[in-house]
Write a protein that binds this ligand. Sequence first.
Ligand SMILES: C[S@@+](CC[C@H](N)C(=O)[O-])C[C@H]1O[C@@H](n2cnc3c(N)ncnc32)[C@H](O)[C@@H]1O
Length: 201
Amino acid sequence: MDATAWNERYEGADLIWTAEPNMFVVDEVQGLAPGRALDLACGEGRNAVWLASKGWEATGVDFSSVGLTKGRHLAEAVGVEVTWIEADATSWQPPASGFDLVILCYLQLDGPGRAAALAVATRATAPGGNLVVVAHDRDNLVRGVGGPPDAAVLYDVAETTAVLAAGGLDIVKAAQVERPVTSAEGTRVAIDTLVRAVRRP
Ligand SMILES: C[S@@+](CC[C@H](N)C(=O)[O-])C[C@H]1O[C@@H](n2cnc3c(N)ncnc32)[C@H](O)[C@@H]1O
């Protein structure tokens, strides 16, 4: 989907996703000392706003202006400051000083797009900083619920770790993780890729 399609999807007052942060982002981040955080492909800003509420100097980047506007409204409602940047996550040039934390959550692009966005996220990670990737896993197609039905845009733990390691990061955690999804039919499980990596100081 391009930015126009995402803008159309985000039209309307309601959040498409939720105001709550992703459970794996919360788990991975809560032990870290706050610093400069980047939420790449931040959507409606739920994770960037949560990070700001925890004392991080948060920046959200997304190519959807409508998603970013919703992020601004969420930040206002919560009473936090976030820097919002409209840009393509596959080609954005992060500041040279980098970020102490970079998160990339459910940015489901095809192989070249995925590699480019992971490269941007890797470059944005400052020495001593952490990069957290959370995404719909390829196995979700066969034993999970929700997420895109197209294998080409799904993640794989080994592929993701290989790209981050090639970018000079050390892998701290790399696993398939289960995320409960509640619907009218009851609670089922989605399979996500979760990778956390650090850049040596
Ligand atoms: C499934 S949403 C996830 C949003 C957010 N990370 C979250 O977890 O709530 C995917 C987001 O990626 C954004 N996106 C897709 N391709 C992008 C690109 N090439 N550059 C920047 N943002 C992109 C969309 O606009 C959308 O907001």
